[in-house]
Design a binder for this molecule. Structure first.
Ligand code: F6P
Length: 551
């Protein structure tokens, strides 16, 4: 447990010492502060100099990390030990990005050849698609891929396809349906031609209710349009660990792309769950994406904690949550193509570390675990929720993520300069703040009366000293995106070790599924199970009055 680590109390004593200073004053004292508090990792620069930290803080982070056994835990994960204890599984998304030349034995079998066999299968599929050789049942080339999946079988593909849109292949468009709300399926299908559309049914288990409901509706849509005798096998592919269920759905054996139970849903973009991304950007780029993540794996494994970026990201998070009292964490990409990155991280982080039981099964009562992750691309977020980040009563640590170059730049345009200026300015404003004296001086200089200035000034004060990190890269490429995702994956892993949670299960999503099954059974039978609470019974009856119209 974090609170039982010998050095944990030292963090609080250290916070007291630091509270005598602001980050602004630390910059004033130390002209080399940026040098000391940034790290370069591959294509990214990670600047954490605007956090409330000193060299002593970093030393404490490393002591705490070693007491928690971060390095040993990391090595156990990479070795393939069954660290997902509650599901009796290894956690080996890192094996999905190992080069062909490496090997990794799991229960005596080398998994690397299996991984590369699936990559080769994906390559064959993607090349036929791009060549126009993948035909629908009427003989026309497939032009549109619709991925049907949810959670980890959707968020990674959606986010990465959007993030790497500049690298898309001209012949193919990729779309996504995740929600069981039929509106999403209807909106996607409205614009599709059934003759040239292929669905990827992406589900690790191939039992997820939302996905299977959408998959059957997609089949019905094809049958309606192409006639009941249409060749279903030509319009479906599947990605799953449940090969039998995929075959039973009617997917041809050579179009079922497997993966393994040692790949968690929210860590599966590197597996065949990445097929929509590969369809969009091609296998060469997909392999670069994997290589980017692998390079971060190497950094994470071989770099001492003092310079280990995922470790530092994790410890800054622990510092903000457990010592400074933050409840949330903002993820703010200044790149429109990264618009879905915060949503992707919500699942990666909150499904991993949103836990309140220790690995020994004890309640975690005296410290907080994973924060609420949220975010929107800049500069839009600035005009929505940044007010609270700057002047609210809550401390909201933020990650700014910014490529210096835009894929959309045209000569003479000032968009990128303005975007980057705003990004840098926001982190500066959060750190520097604005004093009462400076606001008063400005108001007086504008000729505002003294009485009015005194009245207005408090509302214009910024406390400052609000922590943020800056992630800077030159331009987002498949390799750079792979690096970014892997940095966050390992950050989440380290935090799970510190917080003493099991980061690779998700039992918290089960109860709602079970109860939904009972409610659905009431809907089907026209009954109301008396074991439901009064509120739920009343709500069920409200739906049942609509049933003839809605079933
Ligand atoms: O939301 C719970 C969850 O199990 C996620 O962890 C997973 O990514 C998602 O459902 C989808 O599961 P599947 O890929 O099995 O359909």
């Amino acid at each position: 447990m974090l609170s039982l680590l010998p050095s944990y109390p030292a963090l609080f004593a250290h916070k007291e010492v630091l509270s005598r200073q602001t980050v602004r004053s630390l910059f004033d004292e130390d002209s080399a502060r940026f040098d000391a508090f940034h790290r370069k990792v591959l294509g990214w620069t990670f600047d954490f100099s605007k956090h409330r930290v000193t060299r002593d803080t970093l030393a404490l982070f490393c002591v705490l990390g070693r007491e928690a056994g971060v390095e040993a835990a990391r090595d156990a994960m990479f070795r393939g030990e069954a660290i997902n204890v509650t599901e009796h599984r290894a956690v080996l998304h890192t094996a999905l990005r190992l080069p062909r030349s490496r090997s990794l034995l799991l229960h005596g079998t080398d998994v690397v050849p299996q991984v590369h066999a699936v990559l080769a299968q994906m390559e064959g599929f993607v090349e036929s698609l791009h060549a126009g050789a993948l035909k629908g049942s009427t003989g026309k080339s497939i032009t549109d891929i619709v991925n049907i999946g949810i959670g980890g079988s959707d968020l990674g593909p959606v986010m990465t396809v959007q993030a790497l849109f500049p690298f898309r292949h001209a012949n193919v468009r990729v779309h996504f349906v995740s929600n069981v709300d039929r509106t999403q399926l209807a909106l996607v299908l409205r614009e599709r031609n059934p003759e040239t559309t292929l669905f990827i049914i992406a589900s690790k288990t191939f039992t997820t209710q939302e996905t299977m409901t959408n998959a059957h509706s997609a089949k019905a849509w094809l049958a309606d349009a192409l006639g009941v005798e249409f060749e279903s096998a030509k319009h479906f592919a599947a990605v799953s660990t449940n090969l039998e269920a995929a075959a039973a759905f009617g997917v041809a054996a050579d179009r079922v792309f497997g993966f393994w139970d040692w790949v968690g849903g929210r860590y599966s973009i590197w597996s065949s769950i990445g097929l929509p991304l590969a369809c969009s950007i091609g296998m060469q780029h997909f392999r670069e994406f994997l290589a980017g993540a692998h390079a971060v794996d190497e950094h994470f494994v071989h770099t001492r904690l003092e310079d280990n970026v995922p470790f530092l990201m994790a410890m800054l998070g622990v510092w903000c949550v457990n010592v400074l009292g933050a409840q949330t964490h903002a993820v703010l990409p200044y790149d429109q193509y990264l618009a879905r990155f915060p949503a992707y991280l919500q699942q990666a982080d909150m499904e991993s570390n949103g836990k309140s039981v220790s690995r020994a099964g004890l309640p975690i009562a005296d410290y907080e675990t994973g924060p609420v992750i949220f975010g929107e691309p800049g500069t839009n977020g600035q005009h929505a929720f940044y007010q609270l980040i700057h002047q609210g009563t809550k401390l909201v640590p933020a990650d700014f993520i910014v490529p210096l170059r835009s894929h959309s730049h045209v000569p003479g345009s000032s968009h990128q300069a303005k975007l980057v200026a705003h990004c840098f300015a926001q982190s500066q404003a959060l750190m520097e703040g604005r004093t009462l004296a400076s606001v008063l001086t400005e108001l007086r200089a504008k000729g505002v009366s003294e009485a009015e200035a005194q009245k207005l000034a408090p509302h214009r004060v910024f406390s400052g000293n609000r922590p943020s990190s800056m992630f800077v890269t030159e331009v987002v490429t498949p390799e750079i995106l792979g690096q970014l995702i892997a940095l966050y994956e390992h950050k989440i892993f380290v935090q799970g070790i510190l917080w003493d949670t099991y980061s690779f299960d998700q039992w918290g999503v089960e109860l709602g599924k079970v109860l939904a099954g009972k409610i659905l059974s009431d809907f089907d039978k026209g009954t109301v199970e008396p074991s439901h609470d009064g509120s739920t019974q009343a709500l069920i009856r409200m739906f049942q009055t609509q049933q003839p119209a809605q079933r």
